[in-house]
Design a protein. Sequence first.
Length: 393
Amino acid sequence: MSTSNRRPGRPVRATQRLSVLLAAAVIVMTAGALPAAQQTTGADARRVFAPVPVSLRVLADNVHQAAGNGNSHLIHTSEGNVVFDTGNAFAGQADDHYRLLRDAAPGPIRYVIYSHSHPDHTGGHPYWVAEGPQIIAHREFEEELRYVREMAPYQAWRTAHVFPQLAARPRRAERPQPPAPIAPDIRVGDRDHAFELGGVRFEVLDTPGAEGADNVSLWLPQQRILFTGDTTGFIVPGFPNIFTMRGEKIRRPMEYIRTLERFIALQPDMLVPSHHDPIVGRDNVLAGLRRVRDAVRYVHDAVVAGGVLYVVGGWDMRGPGNDSAWADTVLALDLNGGSAWREIPAPFQRRALAAGTRDGRIHALGGLSREAGPVSTVDVLDLETGVWSKGPD
């Protein structure tokens, strides 16, 4: 199928299109994870957003992970314990995480570190705060938390639309703990924060990235273990959500690339995200990080071709009870004086795709289609002739 762009352009509302060239969510690589019996998702893309049962995993002699729809971690030392993220409030698993981790390691909870302010990482706070730990978070944590909470009524239906399994989860018999305020005692910003506990060195890193301005990561240099929260995105390694997901604040791709380069320089032997499985083995970790870094840089650099900004694919979420409108055009804006977007007909309707330019052509790769869900289709637009063709799947 081919379509020409030789037709008059007309102004359109580009802000309705949620999937710009940076809004790519194609999995880049799946490698070097835990043995199959311990994996929560494996390589089956259909299970990425499926409910994940709670389990306890030992990542090192003193490192325990409570896995689920959001992972919690406890690092044990002879002078007490450090917790990194406390579980998912939405999935109703945070209390199980607390019990599993407290049973796994004796001793007081000295610190709780939050990778960022999203509720799938802070859901267990009421359980842990009762023990009086010091709370470590980014200096932007409280502002981002305020924003997320105030936007909750607007974002709730959008989240349910993208993650329908959360609305369908079974109700728990146990009543959850009442909410507790999260007030950081130590704020990480322009400088990292390092401390030692029981002979273990902890380095809390300022790592803005795929989940907003308040991301921190935890580095254990003696064991070369890197806890990233969602800094490396929801799927590791995969293309992150570097766009205004659900109407959130902008996420900056070049900031994210610098964070990935910092991770690469650390040479981790294990990368532990707060969703899904750790990546084990330095070669596997570095290969994944480099591939994601290069993919983000490529898409960032390809946003503009020949002085024209292109927006490919996307959908317009029109609110509860209304069908979403899927785009069937590419939007183009001349940055050299153009004031109106024009539309170029496209032979597909997809969102969450990746797009880039090469040799005068735009390549639209993969994404989610309206009819078939995840696809590996590649469509190519010749910018000189305006004709679409098929690329390799």
